[in-house]
Design a protein around this ligand. Structure first.
Ligand code: GDP
Ligand code: IMO
Ligand code: MG
Length: 437
């Protein structure tokens, strides 16, 4: 891919999703590892599911940065991530048993907040059968971030390395959590502080070789001129501040989260690659104006089947629909995207027509801008323009010229509507199935 800017002040790159997640960020991060030295996750936790397919092998990463697949690189989990230690250890051991060494190359921030089982229980009780459910991944993400900003109950990873301290901190916290859980439901699971402390001290010991001050590590890397790649989890429309609140995740999934979630000032990020699917998908609840609920023989179901649109983390069927240029243009502006990677173009092959939403209609008025509120987006009707589809198999295309004219026109139209150049077109999950423009 084209080189990153040479100015060391802006030598970092960010790969970010411009929809509601699962845009195939993992594939783009993997492609970019060759020209970077460090890969950093700065937000979210094991709610993410990034799939990478290389040489016929499929890897699924949830909590760890995609960079761990290339042990030459340093992989960093920044302070803005929330960690469920059993998941961390499981993912490391899965990689090792698949022949990928994980050691010093993986660093985790001592300031990253820790997910405890009471977070999972809190989330289960808030989500199950509730009309206010968000449709979360059930990984304890929201309750853990709530404790972080609430301060009283938040525990950071470095605290798992201090036995007496952790025991003393956990006792009042667990007592408080048990009271809250019982108030939420008489059948709630409750917890024993000392047993939890023992369990988590064990995790701390096993994670010790990886736990460090990653902010300083990244500052050192910047001074040494290392090229840093930030890997966003989720999509910019799931950003807690800029997304379709409350149907969002609990972190800044747009590049807004880089500074707070890693300690690297935003001015160092000179290149933001906005990743978009050639259509749209969404898991969980929340407004989705271009969603296609057109039955078992319809386009929505076809996209789900051909694109294998089932959640990596939860296995839930993803909701599918046409590309929404209104929502994506807004996300690109929030993300400060410099360029686009258009993914899964092959999934649209075989359709007689493809549609793009270019505006909304709300209460009889045309809207060209994305409304900032979920309750308004919910009432928006998409205004579409349609383009001829293509029938040729494009999964073998490696150059722009290999694409049938309608497919090229469709991509050109995306670039025009988002006012950004398309630098990558992806025509299949494999690393090779990529067109660099
Ligand atoms: P992420 O969360 O943004 O990294 O995306 P996911 O990994 O959750 O979802 C993207 C899915 O699409 C993965 O299963 C990828 O292997 C797959 N994928 C990536 N690029 C392409 C493509 O161009 N075509 C097809 N058919 N699949 C792709
Ligand atoms: P990647 O990184 C798609 C969605 C959930 C739910 C909402 C809140 O693979 O793109 P949470 O568990 O975070 O509290 O759930 O956010 N969500 C994702 N959707 N891709 C993801 O990650 C997601 N991570 C969370 O489905 O709607
Ligand atoms: Mg995903």
């Amino acid at each position: 891919m084209p080189e990153t800017p040479s100015d060391s002040r802006s030598a970092c790159t960010c790969v970010v999703g411009l929809q509601w997640g699962d845009e195939a960020k993992g594939k783009i991060v993997d492609l970019l590892t060759e020209e970077h030295d460090v890969v950093v996750r700065y937000n979210g936790g094991a709610n993410a599911g990034h799939t990478v397919v290389t040489n016929g092998q499929t890897y699924r990463l949830s909590l760890l940065p995609t960079g761990v697949l290339r042990p030459r690189l340093r992989s960093v989990i920044g302070n803005g991530v929330v960690i469920y230690p059993p998941r961390f250890l499981e993912e490391v051991s899965q990689l090792r048993s698949g022949g990928i060494p994980v050691g010093d190359n993986l660093a985790v921030s001592d300031h990253a907040h820790v997910i405890f089982p009471y977070h999972l229980e809190e989330e289960r009780l808030s989500e199950q059968g509730s009309e206010q459910a968000i449709g979360t991944t059930g990984r304890g993400i929201g309750p853990c971030y709530a404790d972080k900003v609430g301060r009283i109950c938040g525990i950071r990873l470095g605290e798992l390395l201090h036995a007496q301290h952790l025991k003393e901190r956990l006792r009042p916290i667990v007592e408080r959590k048990n009271r809250i859980l019982r108030a939420l439901s008489p059948d709630a699971r409750t917890f024993d502080a000392d047993a939890l402390a023992e369990e988590y001290l064990g995790y701390g010991e096993r994670m010790r070789p990886h736990i460090t001050d990653t902010t300083r590590l990244l500052h050192r890397a910047l001074r040494e001129g290392r090229r840093i790649l930030f890997e966003a989890a989720q999509g910019s429309l799931l950003d807690v501040d800029h997304g379709t609140f409350p149907y969002v995740t609990s972190s800044n999934s747009s590049p807004a989260g880089i500074w707070s979630g890693s300690g690297v000032p935003a001015r160092n990020v000179g290149r933001v690659i906005g990743v978009v699917k050639a259509y749209t998908s969404r898991v969980g609840r929340g407004p989705f104006p271009t969603e296609l609920n057109d039955g078992p023989e319809g386009v929505g179901e076809r996209i789900r089947r051909v694109g294998r649109e089932y959640g990596t983390v939860t296995g839930r069927p993803r909701r599918c629909g046409w590309l929404d240029a209104v929502a994506t243009r807004y996300a690109a502006a929030v993300a400060g995207a410099d360029e686009l990677a258009v993914m899964l173009l092959d999934v649209l092959t075989g359709l007689s027509e493809v549609a793009i939403c270019t505006a909304y209609e709300l209460d009889g008025q045309r809207l060209d801008e994305f409304p900032g509120d979920a309750y308004l987006v919910e009432r928006c009707r998409p205004v579409y323009e349609t383009w001829p589809g293509w029938q040729e198999d494009i999964s073998g295309a490696r150059r722009l010229a290999d694409l049938p004219t309608p497919a090229r026109r469709y991509v050109d139209r995306i670039a025009e509507l988002l006012n950004l150049p398309v630098r990558v077109i992806s025509v299949g999950p494999d690393r090779q199935q990529t067109i660099l423009c």
